[in-house]
Design a protein around this ligand. Structure first.
Ligand code: AMP
Length: 280
């Protein structure tokens, strides 16, 4: 496994491989890797000739300076894990390499960028679009792998690819969970003891909500979910919304035709957790 920190070196290497007909798969990450990330890498490994990962904690997508400062970083462990998952090339640049000057580009995603995470984390998706477009420019993958854990991010990336006519196939990968149901996340490492013990309630309540779908209106179920989680002293719901899985428009009636997904953000102490579940 090769570890590269310069864009030019990465592009040169991949240009050569592409010219010799190799299919390139790409898994962008911010490191502090867990089985969720590795599941993406395993799918990437299986379906491509060359499996590339990036590790880069992207400053422009953090709207909270403390979150950026405290974000877990463990590069040595990450490299071992990527190697064991079959990764061929790791791109791990410094901030100056990706942002030699400030990136002033503004990306437009309409409703997709405004709801849920968009309204609670101003500027977040613009930062995501900035870094993903820069990474796509360097790697130019045939296939790029993203987790459904970050459901709205996935929708944004698909839109980014459509808006710019990029010849990249975006592959969505299922959420990987801990044994107790908590969605794996690098931020889980930062949870306090009580918050970690209580965080699995999020998935428990979402799962129960799916089974109660026929007994409540959409608004009624929405309130039920929020009340159940907020009743726990260590958890506080930031939002819960049931939306269609393409445009992320709010669902008002279960009879609407679209596929429905419930997306949630919960504060567990100072740590913000997101998760989602499908309703049909
Ligand atoms: P991150 O390092 O948090 O930016 O995540 C990198 C990629 O891994 C993103 O596409 C995430 O959606 C994906 N990912 C993170 N956690 C999980 C999980 N629990 N299951 C599946 N994919 C995940």
């Amino acid at each position: 496994m090769q570890v590269i920190s310069l864009k030019s070196e990465l592009s040169d290497l991949l240009d050569g491989l592409r010219k010799s007909g190799k299919k390139i798969g790409f898994v962008p990450t911010m490191g502090a890797l867990h089985q969720g990330h590795l599941s993406l890498m395993k799918i990437c490994r299986k379906n491509n000739d060359v499996a590339v990962a990036s590790i880069f904690v992207n400053p422009t997508q953090f709207n909270d300076k403390n979150d950026l400062k405290n974000y877990p970083r463990m590069p040595d462990v990450d490299l071992k894990l990527l190697k064991s998952a079959g990764c061929d090339i790791v791109f791990s640049p410094e901030v100056e390499e990706m942002y030699p000057e400030p990136d002033t580009r503004v990306f437009e995603f309409g409703n997709l960028g405004e709801v849920m995470e968009g309204s609670h984390r101003p500027g977040h998706f613009n930062g995501v679009a900035q870094i993903v477009s820069k990474l796509f420019d360097c790697v130019m993958p045939d296939n790029a792998y993203f987790g459904e854990k970050d459901f709205q991010q996935l929708a944004i990336i698909k839109q980014l690819v459509r808006n710019n006519n990029l010849p990249i196939n975006i592959v969505s990968c299922p959420i990987i969970r801990e044994n107790d149901g908590l969605a794996m996340s690098s931020r889980n490492l930062l949870l306090g003891k009580n918050e970690r013990l209580n965080a699995p309630l999020i998935h428990q309540v979402l799962t129960k909500a799916v089974s109660l779908q026929n007994q409540y209106s959409v608004a009624g179920l929405n309130k039920w979910v929020i009340d159940q989680i907020n009743a726990n002293e260590f958890l506080n719901v930031e939002y819960f919304e049931i939306v269609d899985d393409v445009e992320l428009m709010q669902i008002n009636d279960w009879n609407e035709k679209s596929n429905k997904v419930g997306c949630i953000a919960v504060k567990a102490g100072n740590i913000r957790l997101i998760d989602n579940i499908r309703f049909n």
